[in-house]
Design a protein around this ligand. Sequence first.
Ligand code: NAP
Length: 245
Amino acid sequence: MLLAGTFEARQLAERLKQAFPGLRITVSFAGAVKDLPALDLPTRVGGFGGVEGLCAYLRAEQVTLVIDATHPFAAQMSRNATKACQQLAQPLIRLDRPPWPVQDGDQWIEVETMAAAASALPAGAKAFLGIGRKEIGQFTQRTDLSALVRMIEPPSVPLPARWDLVLARPPRSAQDECALFRHHGITHVVTKNSGGTRAYAKIDAARMLNVPVIMINRPQLPETRTVSSLQDMLAQVEKELARNA
Ligand code: NAP
């Protein structure tokens, strides 16, 4: 079973299908976004009901390998997967794309939590919040801020009247991000250190415009077998299949 929710998970699903035609793969999505990728593989959508629910699912479906390719900030799912696989003495492999490294010209203020990110913004800042929809409430409490918020699905809490909202996936081009930041007079960018290429344009744009970035570092995840590339994941899956053959 492939726990999905990232671009890499989608790529991995395709690669697994090609590399191991006999493998029965089910792709699992949280259902956080409505437009799921078309994968031509069996999929399921929605939570399992914690560790217990996940164990029950893995047993019922006779799953022999779990691949965790969720987002680096989807810590609950990764923790649940680790616990469930430990309980069932079942192999688990995590795909963890490397975090973005700080580069020359970056002005990062690194913080560990969303609350710390909200506190790190100076009074009067106009922040770009590219943090998803779940934790936006940490920022709406700061009545001395204004913000431009970008998310894929509409926010779960009402946004302050003077905030701006863009419902979209991140653009690829730093020029587009620069134009957006300039248009809205952005003074700070707030982001999770998600890694990968698809949401990196805002980091390039912040560097180009000399805008500080409040960078939220990744949550700690329990130790498990982890790879950082699709290639290494395919090699690990091959090993597991050979072990089970
Ligand atoms: P989370 O806090 O770790 O997970 C919350 C709960 O959602 C989990 O306990 C689980 O419910 C369910 N869930 C999460 N991923 C699932 C999956 N692939 N299949 C089935 N159930 C899943 O995760 P999140 O931060 O809400 O993220 C939800 C999904 O969006 C993840 O799949 C993640 O990869 C993707 N995503 C997250 C971010 C982010 O910044 N957090 C960014 C991009 C994409 P039960 O306990 O009921 O099983």
